[in-house]
Ligand binder design. Structure first.
Ligand code: C2O
Length: 543
């Protein structure tokens, strides 16, 4: 195993997009930020200097951070922010993950421009469980605002209104041919006829589920969230923000140029549909760039839940001898968490939401509020009282038809809180994530820090504890760090709480985390020091 070291300098950088010029926060002046390459088993050390004028942290999305929770990165959960002028060194070891992960800012909406790929090759001496490709390309799907994204969210928070939508989708930071002033900046990926490329697709968008497709070419999915899958052929991917999908694409068509493209999957009722599409070009060697325009792939319509669902249902863990699965057969803690949007009453405040309320989002009706005087992990470790409470409920306060359209919303006026669920070391946990239609139904990409989990079942409507468990896949369910909970539906996840620390679970649509769609698992230390959280680093930022 090797040490992989990098230096990240957060700084303000001038970038031209969509016929205009913007100052954005970047890492080392690059947008997207630098790719980190490592092998499974390597240790990664990244020193971050914050030369920007905003608070910052970096999160290593999907890295398990076994015993190294201090390096996880979410602001006020595992660390206080790195203040302007400050620095912090993240250090962690990659364990049993191979494929594509990524890193991003985890403070306000910093991640709109602060993100990059983390590519994990097979462990030294081992190889891919599929035919070695002739090359690999990270495909980072993103969103672009013609404004500073942190100003966008701050304005929305002040007024209580919904934040404005982005001005473009991007591939590796570039909107592509179909947007104004963007064609000279379109990403070209060149392939030789007959060769196979590994595309490492990452949804780094802030607020949008995205379909992705390559014109005329079938994709073979081989991994999701840095965990191998059974090879699965498809013409379209759907990725929620936070998710990654590794696909093999063989240049088996006539020599030419083909668009790869991404556009929104917008499951919610009344959610504004952004009909814009970002493209990159797959360009065979020998095709002249003066020929006619590349063909567009057939992307599903924006509200095509069926396409999103059939893609998700095709995913299975590889579950081979070399890459076995250990799906828990029984559970110690069975939790039911509702997830959804709601409204919060706000007398005497500025309220930009419907009926003099403001938008909120919650889990089990609690809208999560970040602490400000300490991170949760620091408060726990140093015994600081009053930062959080340990009473996050195991069930929603009221049971009824969560997915009905016309429920009595008075039953359900959201409350704010900074509550955690405490888990003893090695507890086997099942969480039913139940989507609601209390304000509006929508699919939610729910991300758990510190763990990968098995998705043993998903469905539409209300979860039935009598009938649904009989249909669970306990043989080869997909394992991920982010699950798309279907619109007006549910997902059942299982994991063993063997990683001590404070682990945020949240919707990866940043608008929803801003509104409080989050909670924290506080996992106790194991029976000895080798199964416990390491000591905090000396340079850990203080609040
Ligand atoms: Cu990708 Cu809490 O983050």
């Amino acid at each position: 195993a090797k040490l992989r070291t990098a230096t990240f300098v957060l700084q303000s950088t001038t970038v031209k997009k969509l016929c205009g010029t913007q100052n954005i926060i970047t890492v080392n002046g690059q947008f997207p930020g630098p790719t980190i390459h490592a092998r499974n088993g390597d240790t990664v050390i990244v020193k971050v200097y914050n030369n920007a004028q905003y608070n910052a942290t970096i999160h290593w999305h999907g890295v398990r951070q076994f015993r190294t929770g201090w390096s996880d990165g979410p602001e006020f959960i595992t660390q206080c922010p790195i203040r302007p002028g400050g620095s912090y060194t993240y250090k962690f070891t990659l364990t049993d993950q191979e494929g594509t992960l990524w890193w991003h800012g985890h403070s306000s909406w910093l991640r709109a421009t602060v993100y990059g790929a983390l590519i994990i090759s097979p462990r030294l001496g081992s190889t891919y469980p599929y035919t070695k490709p002739h090359g690999q390309v990270p495909i980072l799907l993103g969103e672009w605002w013609n404004r500073n994204p942190i100003d966008v969210v701050n304005q929305a928070t002040q007024t209580g209104a919904a934040p404005s939508v982005s001005d473009a989708f991007t591939i590796n930071g570039r909107p592509g041919d179909l947007y104004q002033c963007s064609s000279s900046d379109t990403l070209h990926i060149s392939v030789k006829n007959g060769e196979t490329k590994l595309l490492r697709v990452i949804n780094a968008a802030l607020n949008t589920d995205l379909f992705f497709s390559v014109s005329s070419h079938t994709m073979t999915v081989v991994a999701v969230d840095a965990l191998y899958t059974k090879p699965f052929q498809t013409n379209v991917l759907m990725l929620g923000p936070g998710q990654t999908t590794d696909v093999l694409v063989t240049a088996d068509q006539s020599i030419g140029r083909y668009y790869m493209a991404a556009r929104a999957y917008s499951s919610g009722q009344g959610v504004p549909f952004d009909n814009t599409t970002t493209v990159a070009i797959l360009e065979y060697e020998g095709s002249s760039s003066t020929t006619s325009n590349p063909n567009m792939p057939n992307l599903p319509f924006y509200n095509d839940t069926q396409s999103a669902t059939s893609f998700a249902n095709g995913l299975r863990s590889l579950a081979s001898n070399d890459h076995p699965v250990f799906v828990p057969r029984s559970v110690d803690k069975n939790l039911l968490y509702t997830i959804g949007l709601g409204l919060i009453n706000c007398p005497g405040q500025s309220c930009g939401g419907p009926n003099g309320s403001r938008f909120a989002a919650s889990m089990n009706n609690i809208s999560f509020v970040l602490p400000t005087t300490s991170s949760i992990l620091q408060a726990q470790h140093f015994g600081v009282k009053g930062v959080f409470s340990g009473d996050f409920p195991d069930n929603p306060p009221v049971q009824f038809d969560y997915t009905a359209q016309n429920v009595n919303r008075g039953l359900w006026s959201t409350v704010k809180g900074t509550k955690v669920k405490v888990l003893n070391y090695n507890t086997t946990v099942q969480v039913i994530l139940q989507g609601t239609n209390i304000f509006a139904g929508e699919s939610h990409p729910i991300h758990l820090h510190g763990y990968d989990f098995y998705i043993v079942g998903t469905g539409f409507g209300n979860y039935s504890p009598q009938n649904d468990p009989q249909k669970f896949n306990l043989v080869d369910p997909p394992m991920r760090n982010t699950v798309n909970v279907p619109v007006n539906g549910w997902a059942a996840i299982r994991f063993v709480a063997d990683n001590p620390g404070a682990w945020l679970m949240h919707c990866h649509l940043d608008a929803h985390i801003t509104w409080g769609l989050a909670m924290v698992f506080l996992v106790n230390n194991g029976p000895n020091s080798l199964l416990s959280l390491e000591s905090p680093p000396v340079d850990l930022p203080q609040c």
